[in-house]
Design a protein around this ligand. Structure first.
Ligand SMILES: O=C(O)C(=O)C[C@]1(C(=O)O)C=C[C@@H](O)C=C1
Length: 293
């Protein structure tokens, strides 16, 4: 059965690359959306079967819009994860390929891409204004559509190829080993037959409703003495008042494992609430990790 897979577009974004790696374009229909909330809402409303969005970057950290929409606006499970390498590139209209850096008036890109490259951009393009776009490929498209402007886009090499831009330089991000973690959302599970997972993970939202001394310590202890490995923990505002936060906890264990069930029971007995956001396989980009390829 053909499934529709929403992704942050237009074609040429890093999310598009990640989606193409996870899904077969021939078997599934990939549909571009112009913002992260649009992708998540499309899955929530059943317009798409699955959606792919970025959630964390090695340099810049959490993609807040993804977490906030997942937590506050919808109830759509995470059903997969991909860690994908990110190379930010400087892309210009071919007419401006030889123009000196000082003449570019604007740098366009997604805020995450600009943030990942900010030291370099500040140093080399100190006279340029930063313009934030909904995606890196949208920035490439705007540079292509405005040849009379001295604009530069930061984004994937692929987006430059799609819009016929000149690649000035790749890997311009401020730190090596740039990676982004993408999540797949869907109301139905997926059988990832062609991929080999690195591990299984369960993501949880923990609300420390009862304000007693050492609450977080006791929550963490419930995982710790059961030797459940936590691979990510962060706090985000509940949006109900200053200083009110929930915790997001990723554990390397499957949802129905007896140890996790025990830990959740213990945390709830403390007066805290646990919401499972998904229990899913985690994949890492490798040229050879498609089974059978
Ligand atoms: O704009 C894109 O190309 C995206 O896919 C979005 C996004 C992000 O939001 O983190 C994805 C990967 C990179 O970290 C930079 C941008």
């Amino acid at each position: 059965m053909i499934e529709t897979i929403g992704y942050l577009g237009p074609a040429g974004t890093f999310t598009h690359e990640a989606t193409q790696w996870l899904f077969h374009e021939g078997n599934d229909e990939l549909v571009a959306y112009s913002s992260i909330p649009d992708v998540i809402s499309a899955v929530d409303q059943g317009i798409c079967d699955k959606g792919v969005v970025p959630v964390e970057n090695a340099i810049e950290g959490t993609v807040n819009s993804t977490l906030d929409w997942l937590i506050h606006q919808v109830d759509v499970p995470i059903i997969g994860e991909l860690v994908y390498p990110i190379s930010q590139c400087l892309l210009v209209h071919p007419l401006h390929a030889r123009r000196p850096s000082s003449e570019f008036t604007k740098i366009l890109s997604h805020p995450q891409a600009i943030a990942q490259s900010q030291l370099r951009l500040r140093k080399e393009f100190s006279g340029s204004k930063w313009v934030f776009t909904d995606s890196t490929a949208q920035a490439a498209q705007m540079v292509y559509e405005n040849p009379e402007e001295y604009w530069i886009a930061v984004g994937p090499k692929k987006s430059g190829e799609i819009f016929g831009l000149h690649l000035l330089e790749s890997n311009i991000q401020d730190h090596a080993n740039n990676m982004t973690r993408f999540i797949v959302l869907g109301k139905q599970e997926k059988k990832w037959l062609h991929l080999a997972p690195k591990r299984m993970k369960t993501s949880m939202q923990v609300m420390l409703d009862s304000d007693f001394p050492g609450a977080l310590y006791q929550v963490l202890a419930a995982f710790s003495w059961r030797k459940i490995n936590l691979c990510h923990i962060e706090s985000r505002p509940t949006k109900t008042g200053l200083g009110n936060y929930y915790f997001l906890v990723d554990a390397e264990i499957q949802k129905d494992h007896v140890l996790l069930q025990g830990a959740i029971g213990e945390i709830e007995a403390l007066g805290c609430q646990v919401r499972i956001l998904g229990s899913y396989p985690c994949f890492a980009y490798e040229l050879t990790s498609h089974i059978g390829s």
